[in-house]
Structure formats: C-alpha cells, structure tokens
Design a protein around this ligand. Structure first.
Ligand SMILES: *Cc1c(COP(=O)(O)O)cnc(C)c1O
Length: 453
C-alpha cells in the first residue's frame, strides 16, 4: 500500500518576468497597430518615417497622478517642468496648462520659457552656466535663481548693487544620500559646510533675497530613501537658516531624477518590475520634510522638477525596416530608418520595440541597427522579435524624454514630431527639417564659391 500523499501548503510566488519561469519566457512583442486611436500606418503615411509621436492624454494623466500623489502627503506642492527633458513648445504648454512652472538650465531655455508666456516669477533658473546677461535677464523678470557656485554668487551680488535690484535666490545643495558616485559637481556641498557658508554669505551681502533650497541628486534614481535623506538634510539647513536669520524659507526644491518605466541597459529585469512607484518617492520626501524640526505652520512649499518620469511613457518613435542581412556569425541583423542620431537614449535603455503589423509567432534573436554609417549606431544588441521584412514598421516605446532635445543632425535631417490630442487628432508640433533649413545657417566665403572639376 502506497503512502498517503502529504499535504503541501500552497504558496504564492512573484513571477520574475523576463526570466524563464514555469510559463516559459515572457516575450513582449505583441503588435502595436494604433496609438491613441490613430493607426500607425496612417501616421507614417501622412507624416513620414521615422516619426516621433507624443500622447497629450498620457502626459496629462501622468502629471495629474504625480500631483495627486505628492499633494496627498504634503500640504504645499508645486511642479516645475524640466525644459531640457523635452522643450518642444507644445509639450511645455501642456505642462503649463496643467499648472506646472518652468525649470530651465540655460539662457536658451530661459528665453523659451518666457516666449511660452510663463511669468518670470514662475521660472526657476538652474545650472552652472548662467552668463552675466542671463542673470540680469532673470533678475529683471523676478525669476528664482538657483546659485550653483560661489563665482555665480559673487556675480549676483555685484549685479544686484549695479542695477539696484534684489534677486530672489536659492542655492543648489549636493550631499551624500548613500548613492554613489555622488553628484557633487553641481551646487555646494552639505557635509563639508560649503552650503552653510554660501547661505551665510548671501545673508551677509544684504542684497539677495533668500527664498529656498534646491537639490537634484541624480537621474533615473532607484532608491526612494536617497530622496528621504536629501529632504531631511535640506530641512535641517532650512531650520538653521530660520534659527540664525529668522527667515522662514518659502520653498524646498527636490529636483527631478525619478525613473520612468524604461529598461536600463545591464538591468536584469524589465524596468516595470524594478522601479519603485512614484508613491514611494513622494512618501520618502514628504516624511523627510514633515519629520524635520520645522514647525508645521512654517513648512516650505515642496517644488518637484520631475522630467523623464512624466513624459517618457507618452512618447513613441515609429520607424520602418530598410533591410535585413546576416552577420558573419549567422545572426540576423535588421536595419531601421532611425538610429542613435534621433534615439539618443538607446545608449542607456533597452527600448521596447514592437512590430506595427500582425506577425507570426516565430521569434528570432536579432540585432537592430540604425541607418548611420557609424559602427556605434546600434538600437538593440539583442532582441527576440518575429522577423520583419523591408517596409515593415515598428513602434519604439517610452521615448518621450530627452530624445527630441539630445538628437543630432548627422548625415540626415530630423523628422516630424506629432502630438495626438485627447480627441485622437494629430498635430505636427515640430516640422521635419529640410536641406534649405540646414543650408540657411551656412555661409560660403566668396573665394570658395566657384570651382571647376
Ligand atoms: C535634468 C534636471 C531635472 C529633470 O531630471 P529628470 O531625470 O528628467 O527628472 C530636474 N532638475 C534639474 C536641475 C535638472 O538638471
């Protein structure tokens, strides 16, 4: 007689997607036929390939969710759109319509924000490179100037006296948050006293109006706790300012750096499985501020300068297969009509790439190249996809952040960018470049204007 089977308690186990599990490997290649109600084929027919597409609806939803997440944990919250993440005017305007201020890091971006009708006092001017003219412009428009280094501080003091104005300032603070390498090349250090020294110099000058403290501790940060530490260090500084100078700072600006759900190169698991939710970052920051020695009625406004986390997932790049070939190893190579010239973020991310038409279930490991005559033009070193033929189209996802600001004009022209509004209507928000446009910037000296061949 066989022994009775022993009872085994059932267990619930999280499946690690991307790795082999009892359902096989998770392969995410299902075709994307339409985006926000418009067929991919139609978009390419009308606006060309390659083509950047952004979803207005997705931006608004993500933004509103982020604001809710922070506002439910902290009494006073203000977002400021990080222009360098995506400074197409239409995109900035969506954020401004939602109530976001502007955060800029150069004179060029500052001009853009003014031209987008952002009131000067709702522009935050960051970065290490502000010329004397930039500073003067920002002072005249009453913007918040975040001082990056002592040279800038001295420059501002001199300027304030010259034009008899009282610049509104904060300092950028860098600090040890337990994440290395430390981002200590921007701003003034907390631990070694540089930051405290600068605050004292500001007060001693008597000509600057100290309004807040700023930090931006890194980018694509995966540890909410680092933000918690940064928040309590800034709150500590704010408290010391209050104790010594009797000033309640108006705001603490925690910068950006929150991750999107993109897949970082080298990461074992897809981003969606490893990145902490925005709630966890909000919780860490709010707790760091609220648990500080600052009295509840004196708590400063929390400013967030989130960029990629708010726009990455709203962006798509549509492209077309140019050809297929076999590498000498036998591996399949697929060449697309977009490369690292317009998809700069493929240096950091394993972008999700989906076919834009129905496919077979047969998969092949392949390498995806761009069209540039450059060996580094690799979009994905290795990806399992159904083989595609010349003329087939693909949709690359999560490309809304940094690509349309970091793209380069190398051997080809930059493509159209389209925004799909909430009524499934597409609008060109940046026209594709023409050879005339590029040539209009060039000058040929007279003695080079003719030649015989
Ligand atoms: C780049 C930058 C941001 C936005 O960073 P994300 O990683 O896109 O969120 C915010 N603040 C400052 C000062 C920046 O330089």
């Amino acid at each position: 007689m066989s022994e009775k089977l022993r009872y085994e308690r059932p267990v619930i186990q999280k499946l690690n997607t991307g790795l082999m599990n009892k359902f096989g490997t998770n392969l995410d290649y299902s075709p994307i036929i339409e985006i926000e109600g418009i067929e991919v084929k139609k978009l390419i027919e009308e606006y060309g390939s390659p083509l950047f597409v952004l979803s207005e609806n997705k931006i608004r939803k993500k933004y509103q969710h982020a604001v809710r997440t922070f506002s439910s944990r902290y009494p006073k919250v203000q977002f400021a759109w990080s222009y360098k993440t995506n400074y197409l005017n239409a995109i900035c305007s969506v954020f401004h319509q939602e109530g976001s201020w502007a955060e800029v890091v150069s004179g060029f971006e500052y001009e853009k924000a003014l031209a987008n009708n952002v009131p000067g006092n709702k522009i935050i001017f960051n970065g290490p490179d502000k010329s004397n003219d930039d500073l003067k412009n920002a002072v005249i428009h009453n913007s918040m100037i975040h001082i990056d280094h002592l040279d800038e501080l001295y420059c501002l003091i001199k300027l304030a006296k010259e034009i008899n104005a009282r610049p509104r300032v904060a300092i950028r603070v860098n600090m040890d948050t337990g994440v290395y390498p430390m981002w200590d090349r921007f701003g003034l250090n907390y631990e070694n006293g540089q930051a405290w020294d600068a605050l004292n110099k500001i007060q001693a000058s008597g000509v600057l109006d100290l309004k807040g403290l700023h930090c931006h501790i890194g980018t694509f940060m995966l540890t909410p706790n680092a933000y918690g530490m940064a928040a309590s260090k800034l709150a500590d500084l704010a408290f010391r300012v209050q104790q010594k100078f009797g000033i309640s700072l108006e705001y603490i600006d925690m910068g950006g750096g929150l991750p999107s759900s993109n897949n970082l190169k080298g990461a074992y698991l897809p981003g969606i499985d490893i990145i902490p939710s925005i709630d966890e970052f909000a919780e860490a920051i709010a707790t760091g501020l609220i648990n500080s020695p600052i009295r509840p009625e004196d708590l400063p406004t929390l400013i967030m300068e989130s960029g990629r986390a708010l726009v990455d997932e709203a962006g798509y790049l549509l492209g077309t297969v140019i050809s297929n070939k076999r590498l000498s190893s036998g591996k399949r190579a697929t060449i697309m009509d977009f490369g690292v010239n317009i998809l700069f973020t493929s240096f950091w991310y394993n972008h999700k790439i989906n076919p834009a038409q129905p496919t077979t279930d047969y998969l092949e490991d392949m390498e995806i190249f761009g069209p540039l005559c450059m060996n580094i033009d690799v979009i994905r070193e290795s990806i399992s996809l159904p083989p595609m033929k010349k003329g087939d189209q693909v949709v690359v996802q999560n490309v809304g952040a940094y690509n349309v600001t970091q793209w380069m004009q190398f051997i080809t022209l930059r493509p159209n960018v389209v925004l799909i509004d909430s009524n499934a209507k597409a609008h060109i928000i940046r026209k594709k470049e023409s050879t005339d446009y590029i040539n209009s910037m060039e000058l040929v000296p007279d003695h080079l204007k003719s030649f015989k061949l």
